[in-house]
Design a protein around this ligand. Structure first.
Ligand code: HEM
Length: 601
C-alpha cells in the first residue's frame, strides 16, 4: 500500500507525511511476485483431468454418505439426531414464539435468519423490510422484529420514541453493539460503542470539541480543500465542459480528504492520488456492504458468540495503520510545539483536561456537556486513536451518502437546484467571493438548510437507531396492553420509515425542500427528523457533517450545473446488499461547467 503524495509540510503546518511515518505500508506486492514457471495445459488435457476428479469426488461422496447413514443407525446416532432436533426446536423454533408469548404484533420470521432474511439473501433492502412492517402495524405503538434469532422491539410511535430516547434515557443508555475493547480497539473504544459510565465520561469530555466555535476554527481547512478539489475536477473535464461522474466515489474522495485534514492533520488529494492508503483503508473501514454489513449486524445480535469466536469487526492491519498515524502526528506536534486547529489538537487538549466550552457556545447539556472540567478519565493511546477514527466510522460514509443523494435530487429537480444556485450566487456576490465564505454565512443560508433537511428526510443514511434496555421497563400499547422489558432487550427506532410516513410528512416520496420553509408544513413534530438520532445519544458530529455537506455544495454549484446523464438511474432504487442506503446502479450525474465567465470566486 503506497501513501503517495501525502502533501505535507509538517514543520510549517503541523500536517503529517504518511510515507515518513508509516514506511511499513509501502507496497510489497510487486516484490513478492512468484517466479515459478508453469507448464501450459491444453483444454483437452484440462477437461480429461477435470472429469476424472469429478467422478472420484462423486464416488467419495457416496461412500461418505453410506458411512454417515450407517453410523446414524446406531443407538448413539439416533440419540445425536434427537439432540440436534431438540436443540433446533429450542433455539430456533421456540425462539420465534417470543413475541406471540408476549402479545406483541410480529411477522413470522424465517428460521435462523429472522425477519431480515430478504436482506441477508439480497432480495430487499433493510429499509424496505422495516418500512413494510411499519406501515402494516399502524394500530400499534411498537411491533416485534427478529434480527436473526434476537427479538427486537421496533418503536413506531413518536411519543414513545421520545419517552425512550429522552425522558427515560436512563433505561436505554447503550447501543446494542458490544465489542471487546482489547480485541477490537478502534471501534470498541469509539464513542458509539462505549457503554454506561465510560460512555458518559467520554461524551462529556468530547462534547466541547464539536461546538459551533470549534467548527468555526476548522471551517478554513474545509473551504480551502473544497476550492482545490473543484479546481481538480474542472481541469479534468472534457473539452465540451462536461463530465459524467459517480457521486458516491466523488464525495468519498471529498470526505476522505476532509476527514484526513480535519481529524488526522494530514493533507491528501485523493482526486490526484487515487489509491492513497487513507482512501483505500477508509473505504474498507466504513464498508457496510455484503459480508461486512452482515458482520456488523451479527456483532449486535450475538456479541458473545462473535467475541467467543475471537472475530474482529476490523482487521489488525487497519488498527495498526490508524494507531501509527495518530501517535506519530501527536509525537511530532509535541516535539515541535505545533498547534493546528483540528481534531487531533482538540483531543490532545482533552487528554490534558484543557478542552473547554467557549463563552459563545450554547451549552447543550443533553449531549453530556457540562462545561466543567474535572478529570473524568485517563486516556490510553487507543482511546485517542479511536476518537479520531470515529470521523471515519461516523462521518465518512454517512456524509458521502447524504451528499450523493443530495446531488441526485438536485440533478433531477432542476427548479430546486436553480433556487439553491441563486442563493449561493447572491451570497457569494454579497461577501465578495467564495474564498470569503465563513461558517456563519453558510449557517445563514435558508434554502441550503431546506435542501439539506429534505435530503436527510428522504434518504437518511442511518435507516434505524438502536438502543438496549439497561433497567427493567414497561412498554404500553395503544390498547393498554403492557409488555415488560428486561435488561439486555433490544429496541430499534425505524428512522427511515418514520421520515416517509405520509401522516407526518405529506407526499413523502416527493423531494420538496419548501416543506421546511415558511410556507411549508414541516413535520408535525420536530422529533420526527431522526437523521442524526435523538436524545443524549444523538450524533455528536451533526454540526461537522452539515458544515461539510453545505460547504461542498456551495463550491460545486458555484462552478457546475448538475444534470441527469445517460447513466443516471431515476427513480433511484436502493442497492439491496448494503446496510446503509446506496444506489443500485451508482449515483451517475453529469457535471456541466457554468458559463466560463464570472461565476467563480
Ligand atoms: C450525514 C452525516 C451523519 C449522519 C446521518 C449521522 C448519523 C448518526 C446517527 C443516526 C447516530 C446515532 C444516534 C442515536 O442513536 O440517537 C450517530 C451517532 C454518532 N455519530 Fe453521526 N452521523 C453523521 C455524521 C457524523 C460525523 C461527521 C461524525 C464525526 C465525528 C459522527 C460521529 C458520531 C458519533 C461519535 C456517534 C455516537 C454518539 C454517541 O454514542 O454518543 N457522525 N450518528
Amino acid at each position: 500500500m503506497i501513501v503517495n503524495n501525502a502533501l505535507c509540510d509538517s514543520a510549517r503546518q503541523g500536517t503529517t507525511n504518511m510515507n515518513e511515518m508509516c514506511p511499513q505500508y509501502e507496497d510489497t506486492a510487486t516484490r513478492d511476485k512468484s517466479h515459478q514457471v508453469l507448464e501450459p495445459v491444453t483444454t483437452r488435457q484440462y477437461r480429461g483431468v477435470h472429469s476424472e476428479i469429478e467422478s472420484k469426488k462423486a464416488i467419495c461422496c457416496v461412500k461418505m454418505f453410506g458411512t454417515l447413514a450407517a453410523s446414524l443407525l446406531t443407538p448413539e446416532g439416533v440419540l445425536l439426531v434427537a439432540l440436534v432436533g431438540l436443540l433446533y426446536y429450542y433455539v430456533v423454533i421456540r425462539s420465534t414464539r417470543y413475541f406471540a408469548d408476549r402479545g406483541v404484533a410480529f411477522v413470522p420470521p424465517v428460521p435462523l435468519l429472522g425477519n431480515g432474511a430478504d436482506f441477508i439473501t439480497r432480495k430487499r433492502h433493510i429499509t424496505d423490510i422495516l418500512s413494510e412492517m411499519y406501515n402494516r402495524f399502524t394500530k400499534h405503538r411498537f411491533f416485534g422484529y427478529f434480527d436473526f434469532l434476537s427479538p427486537i422491539y421496533v418503536v413506531r410511535d413518536l411519543e414513545l420514541v421520545k419517552q425512550i430516547c429522552i425522558k427515560d434515557f436512563d433505561h436505554f443508555v447503550n447501543h446494542r453493539i458490544q465489542l471487546d475493547e482489547n480485541h477490537d480497539p478502534l471501534f470498541g473504544r469509539a464513542l458509539f460503542a462505549m457503554r454506561d459510565t465510560r460512555w458518559r465520561n467520554m461524551r462529556t469530555v468530547l462534547s466541547p470539541a464539536f461546538t459551533g466555535s470549534k467548527m468555526r476554527l476548522m471551517f478554513g481547512l474545509i473551504t480551502s480543500y473544497c476550492d482545490g478539489a473543484v479546481r481538480t475536477i474542472r481541469s479534468e473535464m472534457a473539452s465540451n465542459g462536461r463530465a459524467e461522474l459517480e457521486m458516491k466515489e466523488l464525495f468519498r474522495r471529498f470526505g476522505n480528504d476532509i476527514v484526513a485534514t480535519c481529524a488526522f492533520g494530514i493533507e491528501i488529494n485523493s482526486f490526484r492520488d487515487r489509491t492513497n492508503a487513507f482512501y483505500t483503508l477508509g473505504k474498507e473501514l466504513t464498508n457496510l456492504e455484503g459480508v461486512q454489513g452482515i458482520k456488523f449486524l451479527a456483532f449486535s445480535s450475538f456479541p458473545r458468540v462473535m467475541r467467543a469466536l475471537r472475530l474482529r469487526l476490523f482487521s489488525a492491519k487497519m488498527t495498526s495503520f490508524f494507531r501509527h498515524v495518530v501517535m506519530d502526528t501527536i509525537a511530532q506536534r509535541e516535539q515541535r510545539g505545533i498547534v493546528r486547529h483540528d481534531m487531533i489538537n482538540l483531543l490532545m487538549e482533552a487528554r490534558k483536561q484543557e478542552l473547554k466550552f467557549d463563552e459563545n457556545d450554547n451549552l447543550d447539556t443533553s449531549n453530556g456537556g457540562t462545561g466543567q472540567q474535572k478529570k473524568l478519565m485517563d486516556w490510553t493511546d487507543d482511546d485517542l486513536t479511536a476518537q479520531c477514527t470515529v470521523f471515519f466510522f461516523g462521518g465518512y460514509d454517512t456524509v458521502s451518502t447524504l451528499s450523493a443523494f443530495m446531488a441526485h435530487e438536485l440533478a433531477v429537480n432542476p427548479d430546486a437546484q436553480e433556487r439553491l444556485r441563486d442563493e449561493i450566487d447572491s451570497v457569494r456576490t454579497s461577501i465578495g467571493g467564495a474564498d470569503k465564505l465563513t461558517y456563519e454565512t453558510l449557517q445563514s443560508m435558508r434554502y441550503m438548510e431546506m435542501v439539506a433537511n429534505e435530503t436527510m428526510r428522504k434518504w437518511t443514511p442511518a435507516p434505524f437507531l438502536d438502543r438496549t434496555c439497561t433497567k427493567p421497563y414497561v412498554l404500553e400499547d395503544y390498547n393498554g396492553h403492557k409488555v415488560h422489558l428486561k435488561k439486555g432487550d433490544g429496541l430499534w427506532v425505524p428512522a427511515a420509515a418514520i421520515m416517509r410516513d405520509p401522516e407526518i410528512f405529506p407526499e413523502p416520496d416527493r423531494f420538496w425542500p419548501e416543506r421546511f420553509g415558511e410556507d411549508g408544513q414541516g413535520p408535525v413534530d420536530s422529533a420526527a427528523m431522526l437523521t442524526f438520532g435523538i436524545g443524549p445519544r444523538n450524533c455528536i458530529g451533526s454540526r461537522f457533517a452539515l458544515m461539510e455537506v453545505k460547504a461542498v455544495f456551495f463550491f460545486l454549484l458555484t462552478h457546475f450545473v448538475l444534470e441527469q446523464g445517460p447513466r443516471t438511474q431515476h427513480p433511484l432504487k436502493l442497492k439491496k446488499a448494503s446496510l446503509g442506503p446506496s444506489a443500485e446502479k451508482g449515483f451517475w450525474i453529469q457535471f456541466r461547467l457554468r458559463d466560463q465567465g464570472g461565476h467563480q470566486s
